[in-house]
Ligand binder design. Structure first.
Ligand SMILES: N[C@@H](CCC(=O)N[C@@H](CS)C(=O)NCC(=O)O)C(=O)O
Length: 244
């Protein structure tokens, strides 16, 4: 039986991907519940039953959430702060644990802004119903927010004088994996704006390439477990929004 149960929507990478990458990089035993067959306790129904479980004292607001023994944890950054030490994906000092969490929360902020570039008014409306606002929001995201966030990550990498390209010290952390995924998403959704920003932030680009080459990550990216980006997820390619 798998150690960890990841609950996330089927069909998109979404925020579940940040958790998946940590589990994959560590070679952890996990099951992606909703993507499993119903006959084996999987499917969307299994996710919904867990999400709405009336006697769960720690219910999650939304996927992703992780079930591990008695723990049921929601919020991507909270899941990762839990998994970090268990998977060897965070430093051992309190300073490293907190700093890695802070980096993750900043990645989460940027992920939310990437989402809001195509859904600036409401998540409940279709993109087509908020397209004018999206054009304005995405222009600002590409022109100001992508450069501002990536400059900050570049500075973090510059100030880390430990060998290798890592955000924290000399070891791979879940924040490195998440920054890799953020760059993947930006390159998919905003190819022109991302290329321009990354050409001036070589350490962020280098970190992305290093993570991509990790043997377990390389294998995962080639596997059927890795879903393709699409226009239902957080990072969507609408060429009109790519103000590069
Ligand atoms: N801050 C949460 C956000 C969770 C979230 O927004 N999940 C999305 C899918 S990626 C969802 O299902 N939202 C449903 C809703 O907001 O009603 C996290 O980082 O995990």
């Amino acid at each position: 039986m798998a150690d960890y149960e990841l609950h996330y929507w089927t069909g998109i990478q979404g925020r579940g991907e940040f958790v998946r990458l940590a589990l994959e990089a560590a070679g952890a035993s996990y099951v992606d519940v909703a993507r499993g067959p119903e006959a084996e306790g999987g499917g969307d129904g299994a996710l919904m039953r867990r999400l709405r479980h009336a006697s769960n004292p720690t219910p999650s607001f939304a996927p992703p959430f992780l079930v591990h023994g008695d723990f049921c944890i929601g919020q991507t950054a909270a899941i990762l702060i839990y998994l970090g030490p268990r998977l060897g994906l965070v430093g051992k000092t309190e300073r490293d644990v907190l700093w890695t969490h802070q980096l993750q929360l900043t990645i989460a902020d940027m992920v939310s802004e990437a989402h809001d570039s195509h859904h600036p008014i409401s998540s409940s409306l279709y993109y087509e119903d908020q397209k004018d606002a999206a054009l304005e929001r995405a222009k600002d995201f590409c022109t100001h927010r992508i450069p501002k966030f990536l400059t900050w990550f570049e500075q973090v990498l510059e100030r880390n004088d430990a060998p290798g390209t890592h955000l924290v010290g000399a070891q791979l952390s879940y924040a490195d994996l998440s920054l890799f995924q953020l760059v993947e998403g930006l390159r998919y959704a905003f190819p022109k704006a991302a290329a321009a920003a990354l050409s001036e932030r070589p350490l962020v680009a280098q970190l992305h390439d290093n993570v991509r080459r990790l043997p377990r990550i390389r294998d995962y990216l080639k596997s059927r477990r890795r879903l393709a980006f699409n226009e239902q997820g957080i990072f969507r390619r609408y060429p009109e929004l790519d103000a590069g």
